[in-house]
Ligand binder design. Sequence first.
Ligand code: SF4
Ligand code: FES
Length: 298
Amino acid sequence: MSTQVPETETETEPEPEPEPEAESEATDAPEAEDQDFGAETRRRAQAALEKADRTVELKVFRYDPEVPEKEEPRFDTFTVPFKKGMTVLDALMWARDSYDSSLTFRHSCRQAVCGSDALFVNGSQCLGCKTQVADLADKGIPKTVRIEPLPHAEVVKDLVVDLEHFYDQMEAVEPYFQDEDLPSGLNEQRQTRENREKIKMSTRCIWCSACMSSCNIAAGDNQYLGPAAINKAYRFAMDDREGEDLKEHRLNIIEQEHGVWRCQTQFSCTEVCPKDIPLTEHIQELKREAVKKNLKFW
Ligand code: SF4
Ligand code: FES
């Protein structure tokens, strides 16, 4: 499903505490504990909001195909106390823990390493854990932060998208070292300093899929390998240790109909990559290598 929906907003506030029932008996212990936990959470959220110098409003895309009343896409607004140093992921976690435990998004490392929390924030792809809320606003004072799932991917629930297609494209370029000439015994397989320098940036990919989501070509051509997969092909094609035959094999893969020649040098992938990989540059270099391979007199 697409995230391009008319905005229907739901203001989400900490729910009022239920009135204590007179003479009610706690017959179900776990449920009673849950209620206590919920009430305590709401009390803490309210107190934090009252104490906060500043707050920020998160407008968060919501969609759950498994719950009839939530299968119509909408935006929920959560007010979150803003602290300097807070990331978009921190703010989302606060909203989830304080207002709605069903708010769904991926995250793991919280330090731009695992690549699981790529989101579409204020109209741009980024990692939630690497994006400071303050950086999204003029003069560091945030007002509203709009958070959506990555465009051009199927939404599974709320901010979670299906990355199966992205992984298939990565897999298509055989993203693993293949050696024709393994050294014997315990001998190391050395790489020159210069060659390591050449491929250094391409090795930084964390498979977040932000680049693929930002690419207009990938949006229009579902079979396009995409910037991340081509960068992965670059990482191995340019590694001197694999040898010329494997390099040719890799160039054949990226030269296919939906490979490098689809790229129109729009730089959107390079702009959003959270690891600063010069993706467009790598794609252009592979184009040059492919041409050289095909020119017999080169
Ligand atoms: S190339 Fe950059 S944007 Fe693309 S998947 Fe890798 S880390 Fe993410
Ligand atoms: S949580 Fe791992 S990259 Fe953001």
